[in-house]
Design a protein around this ligand. Structure first.
Ligand SMILES: NC(=O)c1ccc[n+]([C@@H]2O[C@H](COP(=O)([O-])OP(=O)(O)OC[C@H]3O[C@@H](n4cnc5c(N)ncnc54)[C@H](OP(=O)(O)O)[C@@H]3O)[C@@H](O)[C@H]2O)c1
Length: 270
């Protein structure tokens, strides 16, 4: 089995590095290509045994499965190059939401799937999303579950749900960081003697421990709020203020990502 990755930017590099380091792929099973030779050379040097392909076509000819790790806007150019060489024996995997499985099935005879990774897979943690096209075989499903299972907790979902689910798993680290940063900053405004880095460390530790508590006890989010918040107490007062201000916020956030993606999809030229 040879697995190829086209695009050695943030996510391509992250996936190859995490999968090889986790032992999910042997270096000699991996072939990489990127538009800029220096980028693929740097990745190959950091992972001895990983091979370079000198074009997308070269990579496709040598691989059974191909991950397209380019931005949606670059997908058309990559497909124009590789589509004539893609056969029904290839598994073609896209890692963004904008390009749909139907678009890939229309352009190629490949078995197609979508994997939505997350930056937290740098530390081989977090959730990933898997969406399988109808042409995928049992072996394709097993392969992607095995690969992503080595560096994350994979969730197989329907393509219709992938935008909202990606907001949780892929945009999630950014959204949570934004909320956590705002909490730490508010504490620093109230307590000027509290250094910002100490406040941020407190929030990180609390977030990590809250998740561990929930994992170990089986508490839901509602259970956790109830455990901390005694009626008439300070946490209850804080939660009430929060609900008043935050109500509807996340609906707006998810509406914004969905609207942005719809525009990008309209602009796609595959
Ligand atoms: N960032 C996240 O947390 C995240 C999470 C999930 C999914 N994604 C998805 O991952 C995809 C990639 O994002 P990214 O942040 O990794 O982007 P990126 O850093 O810009 O990387 C994209 C890479 O694609 C390469 N490329 C472009 N056109 C090419 C071509 N014709 N042939 C070969 N290589 C080509 C570029 O090559 P050179 O640099 O070599 O020129 C670049 O390194 C996006 O679709 C994004 O939606 C991102």
């Amino acid at each position: 089995m040879r697995v190829g990755f086209i695009g050695m930017g943030n996510m391509g590099r992250l996936l190859v590095t995490a999968l090889v380091r986790a032992g999910a792929l042997r270096p000699d099973e991996v072939i990489i290509h990127s538009r800029t030779a220096e980028k693929r050379r740097r990745v190959a040097e950091s992972l001895p045994g990983v091979q370079q392909a000198y074009s997308g076509t070269d990579l496709v000819r040598r691989c059974d499965a191909v991950f397209l790790c380019v931005k949606p806007g670059d997908t058309g150019a990559v497909l124009a190059e590789i589509a004539p060489y893609i056969t029904r024996d290839h598994l073609l995997v896209v890692i963004n939401n904008t390009v749909t499985l139907a678009m890939l099935e229309e352009r190629t005879p490949a078995r197609v799937a979508k994997v939505i990774p997350s930056v937290v897979q740098t530390v081989a943690r977090g959730a990933s999303l898997l969406i399988f096209g109808e042409r995928c075989t049992h072996g394709d499903r097993a392969l992607l579950v095995r690969l992503m299972g080595a560096i994350s907790r994979p969730h197989v979902i329907a393509e219709a749900d992938v935008r909202a689910a990606s907001d949780l798993t892929s945009c999630g680290p950014a959204f949570l960081s934004c909320a956590f940063q705002a909490l730490a900053e508010a504490a620093c405004r109230r307590a000027p003697g509290l250094p910002r880095e100490v406040a941020e460390a407190m929030v990180r530790e609390t977030a990590r421990a809250t998740c561990e508590l929930m994992e170990q006890t089986g508490y839901s989010f509602a259970d956790t709020m109830q455990r901390v918040s005694t009626p008439g107490g300070v946490t209850a007062a804080g939660l009430a203020a929060m609900r008043e201000r935050v109500g509807g916020l996340w609906d707006q956030v998810l509406a914004a990502t969905a609207a942005h993606e719809a525009v990008k999809r309209e602009q796609l030229d595959l």
